[in-house]
Structure formats: C-alpha cells, structure tokens
Design a protein around this ligand. Structure first.
Ligand code: B12
Ligand code: SF4
Ligand code: SF4
Length: 373
C-alpha cells in the first residue's frame, strides 16, 4: 500500500476542484447483494439497463480483474433558487441537480485530467478509468466505503458536513491505495424521509422501489404514468427532492459555494407545452432535461398543469393535444379533467374530433359523458 502516492493523488484531485475525495478498495461494498433483491422485485421499473451487468455493479473485479482501488468523489451543486425568477418560471419544479447545464459535461474535463495524471504518476502499467453516473457501479455504497458519508434510509449518500445534495463520480485504478475508514450511520431513529415520500416509494428503510419514485416517473419512464401515482407527483416537472429536503442533515449542511443557475430561469410550463419539438430541443440543449425528450417533458408538463389545476395552461395544452405521442395526448386529457370548467370541457370536446387512437377516443367520449361542471 502506498500512502505517499495516495496523498499526492488526493492533492491532484483537490487541485482539479474535487475537494472531497476518498479511497475505497475495489471490492464488493456493503449491501451489494441487495441489488439482486431489488432487481428481482422489479423495483427498477423500465430501467432495463440496470439488469444487464449486476455482477459488475456488485464487484467490478468481475469486469476488470486488475481493479484495486476507487477514488470516490463527492461534488456540490447549487441548492438555492436564483433571485428575481421571472413570473411562471418552472425552475422550482425541477430537481435542484437538473436546474443548470448538465453536470456530466462540466466534470468530464477535470475527471479525464485526473485519470491522465494518475496514469502518469503510477508509471508503466498503471491503469485508471473515470466514471460518473453511467458506470456499472453502486456509487453510493462505494462512496460510503470511502468514508465520504453514510447511506441514509432514503438511500442517499449523506455527508455529515455537506448533507445529501451532492453528486458522485469515481476513478477506478489498479494502484493499491490505502482505503479511508467508513463513517458511522447517523440516521438514528429518524424516519422523516420515509414518511414524506409522496408516492410511498420506500417499502422499508434503505430500500427504494424506484418504479414508484417521482424522479423515475418524470425522468426515466416513457409512456403513460400510472394514474394512482399522478397525485403524488404534485407540481414536479423533472425529478424530486422531497426525501432530501426533509432530511435534517441538509438543514445543518454548510451552504455550497456553487452559484445559482441561470440556464432555465425563463422556461415556463406553456413554453414546454406549445413549443415545436425542434425548438424545445434547442432550448434545452446541454441541460439534464434533454434526457426526458420532447414527449416525456410535455407529458410531465401536462400532468403538472392538471395537478396544479392551472387554467392559464389551457391554450398551451391544446397545442400539446395535437402531439404524435399518445401518452402526451392522454396526459393532456387528464389535465383537462383535473382543471375542470367550461373551457377545459370545450377543449376536450375539440380533441375528440382529431383523436386518432380508438381507445383514447373512447376514453374522451366517456369522460365527456360523465363530465360534471
Ligand atoms: C438508477 C438511479 C436512480 C433511480 C433509482 C434510485 C435508487 N435509489 O435505486 C432513480 C431514477 C429513482 C433515481 C433517483 C434519484 N437519483 Co439517482 N441514480 C441511479 C444510479 C444510476 C444507479 C443507482 C442504483 O444502482 N440503484 C440500485 C440500488 C439497489 O442501489 P442503491 O440505490 O445504490 O442502494 C444501495 C443502498 O441503498 C444499499 N444499502 C445501504 N444500506 C442498506 C441497508 C439495508 C438493510 C439494505 C437492505 C440495503 C442497504 O443497498 C444498495 C446496494 O448497495 C446512480 C448512479 C450509480 N451508478 O450508482 C444514481 C445516483 C444514485 N442518483 C443520484 C441522485 C442525485 C438522484 C436523485 C436525488 C435525483 C433527483 N433529485 O430526482 C434521486 C434520489 C432518489 C433516491 N432517494 O434515491 C446520485 C446520488 C448522490 C448521493 N448523494 O447519494 C447518483 C449517485 C448519481 C451521481 N453520480 O451522482 N436514481
Ligand atoms: S425522490 Fe421523491 S418520490 Fe423519489 S423516493 Fe424521494 S421523496 Fe419519494
Ligand atoms: S431524513 Fe432522517 S432517516 Fe431519512 S436519511 Fe435523513 S436522517 Fe436518515
């Protein structure tokens, strides 16, 4: 084990802007086998990619036999809303991590630089590979092994000084670096996150049924969203922060120095609903919202309009009612029902004339017949 080398690498990481870095052994982290239970329960919903390489996720040596150590990195992102947000801005309805230019792009360069520096430092035969989010790892469990925090009952990695509004990244290497000591669990008897979840997505502490999670529903899931889960989505357009918001470790956390974002400040529900796909794509380029795509975001926006009974969205909803994707149209019809009133009923009656999907048209006809003013 090379303690000096570890110190040099930690200094390089700090110089690259990664102030919180810890070392974990490239071994199976605690609770890794829980992944099998999670997948067997179908709690990953339609995120099929999580089924592909569970053994790599649990123990990376099954993929890279040379792996010895992980540098685990915890990163800040802005948690405050910018001042003077324009009227109707949808920013508060977007999870904090996604309110700015996509974080993945911002960290590519320094992570690659760190990877190159480790290879140069270790000499011939040294390997290093950086990953953020998309690698086959249980990043939170590894970060906990590296002493960057503990995995809370809400399944988030919680740093006692920074809370859980953080993102993780890692560099895998064949250098044998002394591991840091894991921290104790400080959740204690608290259960705030489990109780606050609006869709009851936690079957038990430390276990998340992602297929019920608003973050999954609004970001990862394509097609219609289960009607039973819609009320729990409330006003959220993209992602969800509730189980982090209620965590006492976040109110205690030191404020981040990362500035509030500006990229999406003037985005409104109506812009999302009535923009042409190519225009919306241009507007969202380089932000995390690109992931959901035009149909996903319009579906979400329609559900927000319905949940918040936003009459001012009726005009834009009517534009979205012409969308090619049936899930968008269905969400718009649902929003009409929730908003209620004559304007919404008239819009639904107009939609009946151009609805091409037989099942949806039947649904519209029944809804109109049962409409209560
Ligand atoms: C798929 C995924 C999701 C899914 C599923 C989340 C989940 N909890 O499984 C969805 C879309 C719902 C999601 C949502 C979010 N995500 Co996400 N997500 C991922 C991803 C890509 C994989 C997670 C995974 O493998 N899940 C499978 C489960 C089984 O693993 P796990 O959650 O890590 O759970 C472990 C522990 O809970 C542990 N455990 C610990 N103690 C105990 C005790 C017992 C008794 C048991 C049984 C288990 C147990 O067992 C598991 C295996 O080790 C990771 C990146 C990565 N590669 O790790 C990001 C990641 C976890 N997400 C992240 C973020 C920021 C979020 C959101 C906050 C975004 C938002 N605001 O909307 C929410 C938070 C929701 C939540 N409470 O988890 C960050 C978390 C950073 C942090 N500080 O923890 C990550 C690490 C991305 C990153 N690189 O920064 N996400
Ligand atoms: S992100 Fe929201 S919906 Fe998902 S588990 Fe946390 S509180 Fe529940
Ligand atoms: S809200 Fe309470 S139980 Fe949940 S993660 Fe935070 S400290 Fe742990």
């Amino acid at each position: 084990m090379n303690t000096d080398l570890k110190q040099v690498i930690l200094r390089l990481a700090a110089a690259a802007g990664f102030e919180r870095t810890g070392i974990a052994p490239a071994e199976k982290p605690d609770h890794a086998d829980f992944l099998d239970t999670w997948l067997a329960q179908g709690w990953h919903g339609s995120m099929d990619w999580l089924e592909r390489t569970p053994n790599w996720r649990k123990d990376i040596r099954t993929r890279y036999a040379w792996a010895r150590s992980f540098l685990c990195i915890s990163l800040d992102y802005p948690t405050e809303l910018p001042k003077d947000l324009p009227e109707g801005s949808v920013l508060p309805r977007i999870a904090r991590y996604a309110r700015m230019a996509d974080y993945h792009a911002a960290y590519h360069k320094p992570l690659k630089q760190l990877e190159d520096q480790i290879i140069a430092l270790g000499g011939p035969g040294t390997k290093a590979l950086w990953y953020q989010d998309t690698g086959p790892f249980l990043e939170r469990s590894l970060a906990a092994s590296a002493g960057l925090g503990w995995v809370g009952k809400n399944t988030m990695l919680i740093d006692p000084r920074r809370g859980s509004f953080t993102l993780l990244a890692l560099v895998l290497t064949n250098l044998d670096l002394p591991a840091d000591a894991p921290l104790a669990d400080h959740c204690g008897t608290c259960t705030r996150c489990l109780e606050a979840c609006p869709t009851q997505a936690f079957p038990a502490p430390f276990q998340l049924n992602a297929s019920r999670c608003v973050s999954y529903l609004t970001i990862e899931h394509q097609g219609p969203i289960d009607h039973d889960l819609r009320p729990g989505m409330g006003g959220m357009l993209f992602g969800c922060d509730i189980c982090n918001d209620v965590c006492p470790w976040n109110s205690k956390a030191a404020k981040t120095r990362v500035k509030p974002p500006t990229e999406l400040n003037d985005l409104t529900l109506n812009t999302i609903l009535n923009s042409k796909p190519e225009h919306l794509a241009k507007r969202l380029a380089g932000t995390a919202l690109e992931r959901t795509g035009d149909a996903g975001l319009k579906r979400n926006a329609a559900l927000v309009a319905g949940n918040t009974r936003d009459e001012t969205a009726l005009g834009a909803l009517e534009q979205a009612a012409r969308h090619d994707d049936a899930a968008v149209r269905e969400a718009v019809y649902w929003a009409y029902q929730k908003i209620g009133g004559r304007g919404a009923k008239a819009a639904l009656a107009r939609a009946q004339k151009h609805e091409t999907d037989d099942t949806l048209r039947e649904h519209v006809i029944t809804t109109l017949q049962q409409w209560v003013d």
